[in-house]
Design a protein around this ligand. Sequence first.
Ligand code: UN1
Length: 518
Amino acid sequence: MTTTTSQFGIKEALAQLGVKDINEGTSTGLHHFANGEILESFSPVDGKLIGSVKMSTSQDYEKAILSATAAFKTFRLMPAPQRGEIVRQFGEKLRQNKEALGKLVSYEMGKSLQEGYGEVQEMIDICDFAVGLSRQLHGLTMHSERPGHRMYEQYHPMGVVGIISAFNFPVAVWAWNTALAWICGDVCIWKPSEKTPLCGIACQNIIAEVIKENNLPEGISCLINGDYKLGELMTSDTRIPLISATGSTRMGKIVAQAVAARLGKSLLELGGNNAIIVTPDADIKMTVIGAVFGAVGTAGQRCTSTRRLIIHESVFEKVKDAIVSAYKQLKIGNPLDENNHVGPLIDTDAVKMYSAALDKVVEEGGTILVEGGVLTGEGYESGCYVKPAIALAQNSFEIVQHETFAPVLYLIKYSGDVDNALEYQNGVGQGLSSAIMTNNLREAERFLSVVGSDCGIANVNIGTSGAEIGGAFGGEKDTGGGRESGSDAWKIYMRRQTNTINYTTSLPLAQGIKFDLQ
Ligand code: UN1
């Protein structure tokens, strides 16, 4: 493992992205407000220190807010299609840096290189989407009930958007927010996860080049690095009208309460407990691919990861055997090596939660079908590599109700019709993603109907993870209710104004109210 960085070109990637490795000192990104303590970033891939950054103090935070607020004053005046052009250039820079940034994501976060590249592709995709959208920030026009009156609505930018992102998608979720916020005329302050600060620096350096090349005020994209204390400053700050936060339900509840207390807006994308329903009519081959990628992709650390397979009793044995045998082919190891399917968990705390979940499912009466365990020895020195595990469980188990951010898949048997499966599927606190595998039209439509899945995402013959950016992304219940990326998610980044214009010489009142003055 000593050869990891040289073998996979990490040093070159860091250099290209302007991120200093540990031998070169502390990284300071452009427009990065940071004069505090050192935050070190260790790779879960090989346990090595990749680099360090400075954290932001409360004074740094104040500087960032002032810079952002000042930048908003001019940025909001730029026509939206011109802001779209800026986002187009950002997308171009991402294309040029796709390989380097994908590698850094893989090395700092631990997801497979393919998924690292996929994450950067999501950033490029949202930029393309936002460019087109910059000419489509449409409001409606209405017919007034009064003669000689015109009514319409328009959308104006809101101001500073605070982005709090998680380690599992250390770059894409920021880009979803920033690309949309920018075309809407907002400016951003980003606090990345303290587990992936170097990804934050790299992104900031890329976007700062665009800012510089276009002579834009630097405050339109600010970076602050640090822990929950910075998050608290953001959530309670009335100068930030919108907080977009991604993370656990526990964190989301704290954020939502703080933002609501000052009547700010929040956009929350929180935990999932995503299930695939496998009906008697399912295509087993497709089910295996969807379920296995869903459960072990990003080592089970996506919000959309498949955590439960709800399988009809008539096909249970067949599906179980197919999945268990697919798990035997999984290669676990350095995610930069494309021969491996599964990389490490983010850190040893995550490993502890994974082990505790497996203990708990057995304690509650579950049966382990594919043995888990922490890997040791050559290549696994970081202590973060675990074996993807499968357990036979009941939906009602306490641990099954809980989102464990690790590759643990629960198999749950159902009998009767698809409504019974839906009862399990919806019978958890979270409501992010869901899927059904079936060739039966009635079952598929039932699943999508008003009595079907209660999740924000409901797929047919596709797994639960890997959503495209064009759709609105997010979910209900404990998932927080927010919608990011595609469709009309842009609307949360703007304030809506209804305008009624009277072009007559009299002033009739609405609702026919008479109010005559002599
Ligand atoms: C997340 O896990 O927070 O749908 C985002 C997916 C990805 C995004 C996941 N496009 O799996």
